[in-house]
Design a protein around this ligand. Structure first.
Ligand SMILES: [Mg+2]
Length: 118
């Protein structure tokens, strides 16, 4: 399923419930932040090793999938409401990051682009 197909499915879901009236950019970004918080809560206090293993635990894995879906759903709704072409935006951002983080300087480094060697 494509990004636009997912956006259309979410729009149909919201339209059927007359929820478009609530889906203004401010409400959607706050809902997105809330869902990111719910996802983060699943990892809160886990060790790095436990976090890597979270999908090996079926109950936790189900919750991760649900919260990721909630996060993506609000990202998609926000893009729809703001008329942002997400495919173009992501590809454009990859190009920007390609320029900021040339492979020969950034490979294997977690440094911010401003701190990469000249
Ligand atoms: Mg949620």
């Amino acid at each position: 399923m494509s990004i636009s197909s997912l956006q259309q499915a979410l729009a149909r879901f919201a339209d059927a419930r007359d929820w478009g009236q609530f889906h203004d950019p401010k409400n959607l970004i706050l809902a997105l932040a809330g869902e990111v918080g719910e996802l983060a809560e699943l990892f809160q206090w886990l060790t790095p090793s436990e976090a890597k293993q979270i999908m090996n635990h079926p109950a936790s894995a189900d919750r991760v999938r649900e919260e990721l879906a909630d996060v993506l759903g609000y990202v998609l709704r926000l893009a729809t409401v703001l008329d942002v072409d997400l495919e173009r935006a992501v590809l454009a951002k990859i190009e920007i990051n390609n320029a900021k983080y040339p492979v020969e300087k950034a490979k294997g480094s977690a440094a911010k682009y401003t701190d990469l060697p000249e």
